[in-house]
Design a protein around this ligand. Structure first.
Ligand SMILES: C[S@@+](CC[C@H](N)C(=O)[O-])C[C@H]1O[C@@H](n2cnc3c(N)ncnc32)[C@H](O)[C@@H]1O
Length: 225
């Protein structure tokens, strides 16, 4: 079977069904984020790049005042079916400033260009209120030299950990391929600082062992203005 390759940020709707079926990712990533968020009842939350709205609907059920923005029209439509059209922003200009108690941005920064990372971080900063926190997470860059995890198959690295570069990896659960933009953790930390977000904490999803390696699939940065 020919695998689907997602190489552009606007192409994610092609694997919307596969995203919904990513049970390990959901169990590890979404549950970790939810526990980091704490009590979400009545909190104003923005899911930036929220995809089909899987986490957004969970947060809504937990009582959050949830909004979503996603670059893909198809994803926005899927999310609006879950959380309501009135809770979807159709372009970044619609996202209100200084409003949100919590902003989550899951598995987005590692698939966009460096310039877009900076735009997204700026948009998140602008949308956060003074006391708010952002949780930005994606695949753990430290796994660059781990060829197999429960979620991914990676080629042997062609570059050093310190070097920003792109490579193609296969998602074991969905069976599709994506271009991962690797940047070291320190690169992201510099971008947050340059754009005025303060790093409050760095978290990882729970560790497990596979083929003799200790693996933590995802990193999550907690940030505030
Ligand atoms: C891997 S999916 C993650 C979806 C969801 N956050 C999750 O954790 O399941 C990446 C999502 O980011 C969206 N996306 C890609 N580039 C974006 C951008 N520049 N701004 C906003 N959303 C973007 C895609 O349309 C897609 O829905």
């Amino acid at each position: 079977m020919v695998k689907k390759l997602i190489s552009e940020e606007t192409e994610w709707s092609r694997v919307a069904e596969e995203l919904k079926a990513e049970k390990i990712k959901l169990a590890f990533y979404d549950n970790t984020v939810i526990s980091l968020l704490g009590n979400v009842k009545n909190r104003k939350i923005l899911d930036y790049g929220g995809g089909p709205g899987v986490l957004a609907i969970t947060l809504k059920k937990l009582g959050a005042d949830i909004k979503e923005y996603d670059i893909s029209e198809d994803m926005r439509k899927k999310a609006s079916e879950k959380i309501g059209e009135e809770n979807i922003y159709h372009n970044v200009g619609e996202i209100p400033k200084n409003k949100f108690d919590l902003i989550i941005c899951n598995l987005v920064l590692c698939i966009v260009s460096e310039d877009e990372v900076k735009r997204i971080v700026k948009n998140i900063k602008n949308a956060l209120n003074k006391k708010g926190f952002a949780f930005i997470g994606f695949c753990n860059p430290k796994l660059l030299d781990v060829q197999e995890t429960n979620l991914d198959l990676r080629p042997k690295p062609s570059h050093k950990y310190e070097e920003n570069h792109s490579y193609m990896k296969t998602k074991k659960e969905g069976g599709y391929q994506i271009i991962e933009n690797h940047r070291p953790i320190e690169w992201y930390e510099r971008v947050y600082e340059e754009l005025g977000l303060k790093l409050v904490g760095v978290f990882f999803t729970p560790e497990y062992k596979l083929k003799g390696k200790n693996i933590k699939d995802f990193i999550i940065f907690k940030l505030r203005k």
